[in-house]
Design a protein around this ligand. Structure first.
Ligand code: SAH
Length: 367
């Protein structure tokens, strides 16, 4: 880079476009979320009612407990390997890992004693995670999944909740018989979409597109999944992947959210959360290239009910007052009802190749 350091993500993006011309949309998204010093996740704690969005672990501790019990079951099925490693991608405030470890400390002390590896780029969130779990567990942070996988030797038991949706997505538009990359340039001096050159075909792109149709690819998500799958395939383990998405190309799904409201993708770059729907079919193909299996996806509501969330709430509510019981029911509704997070959010499980249907995935078609 030449000249003085840009002050904001927007300055940086303008300078880059003025110097080099339009940039691919995925480069724009990466700059908004991850730019050093000014990027969205680098500078803030975005979670909760006072922030920009609320995630499942921040709604209720039961979410993390159920995920923890699930991974404990997978760990037991694997024969309780003594060298197991616990991992989380994109841990946010560390709430999910704290709640999983809480469940393990009562029921699976071996996992509570395992080293914890976190993949996190944001210095602000690393420091919050350290406050949430750093005192009770030996934590190692990694900048990316390749580093995580290179830094461990045992089987990997872990989770990624709302991580893949934050990895930069490429957008493509179908024009005159071929896919074109969507670029970000200056239109009348405003940052916006411009068409780019023709893109090569990809098995994740939809068949029989119509003129103007938009599709998305997330090459970085495929690489992350391949790295995890390589590890699980070679050394065993189980990883839960939870995110909003579909079992196929999500189309035009990238959205910007600030203070719980949708905003324009190009409004104050770096100040809004950008995310996209996850293509679970693409992740499954990436897992299979490494000889692993990605089972699912199944809707989050169905998954949580199948693995016993309602029973857990009943237990928790048995000695509670009416106010607390109401709060438990409200949390279950938010996590499981199709009108809220129950249907749009999906759960998939990465395991070594083999047969059988783990709990929660029983009626899904074997692939
Ligand atoms: N799992 C948490 C947070 C989800 S938000 C929860 O459910 O509450 C996304 C998380 O991924 C944040 O911690 C963010 O800093 C991290 N993140 C986003 N992009 C990343 C990247 N490219 N590499 C590593 N971490 C990333």
């Amino acid at each position: 880079m030449t000249g003085e350091a840009p002050q904001t993500v927007e300055d940086d993006i303008r300078r880059r476009i003025e110097a080099d011309g339009p940039m691919p949309f995925e480069a724009y998204m990466a700059a908004c979320l991850g730019a050093e010093e000014a990027g969205y996740y680098q500078t803030r704690d975005p979670f909760g009612e006072a922030g920009d969005f609320v995630t499942a672990p921040e709604i209720s501790g039961m979410f993390g407990e159920m995920c923890g019990l699930y991974l404990a079951h997978m760990y037991e099925l694997s024969g309780k390997p003594a060298d197991a490693v616990v991992a989380e991608l994109g841990p946010g405030r560390g709430t999910l890992m704290r709640d999983m470890r809480h469940a393990w400390s009562a029921l699976m002390p071996e996992l509570a004693a395992a080293p914890v590896h976190l993949v996190e780029t944001s210095p602000v969130l690393r420091s919050i995670q350290n406050g949430t779990i750093g005192e009770s567990a030996p934590v190692t942070w990694h900048a990316d999944t390749d580093e995580l996988v290179a830094g461990i030797e045992g089987p990997l038991f872990g989770i990624a909740n709302e991580f893949f949706d934050a990895l930069p997505a490429a957008q493509l538009v179908w024009r005159n018989g071929s896919w074109h990359r969507r670029m970000v340039g200056l239109v009348d001096d405003r940052i916006g979409f411009v068409d780019g050159g023709a893109a090569t075909d990809d098995p994740a792109l939809p068949d029989a597109p119509q003129d103007g149709m938009v599709a998305e690819l997330c090459p970085q998500a495929d690489l992350v999944m391949a790295a995890l799958a390589r590890s699980v395939s070679a050394r065993g383990g189980a990883m839960l992947v939870i995110d909003y998405g579909r079992d196929g190309n999500p189309g035009d799904s990238v959205q910007a959210v600030a203070a719980h409201k949708p905003v324009d993708l190009f409004h104050e770059p770096g100040q809004a959360d950008l995310s996209h729907w996850v293509d679970f079919a693409a992740l499954r193909r990436a897992a299979e290239t490494q000889g692993a299996r990605l089972i699912g996806p199944v809707a989050q509501g169905r998954f949580l009910m199948r693995i016993g969330l309602a029973m857990r709430a009943e237990q928790a509510g048995a000695h509670a007052g009416p106010e607390e019981r109401r709060a438990l029911l409200a949390a279950i509704d938010r996590l499981t009802s199709p009108a809220q997070m129950g249907e749009v959010f999906k759960v998939a499980l990465l395991v070594p190749a083999g047969t059988g249907r783990p709990p929660g995935f029983e009626t899904e078609e074997p692939r």
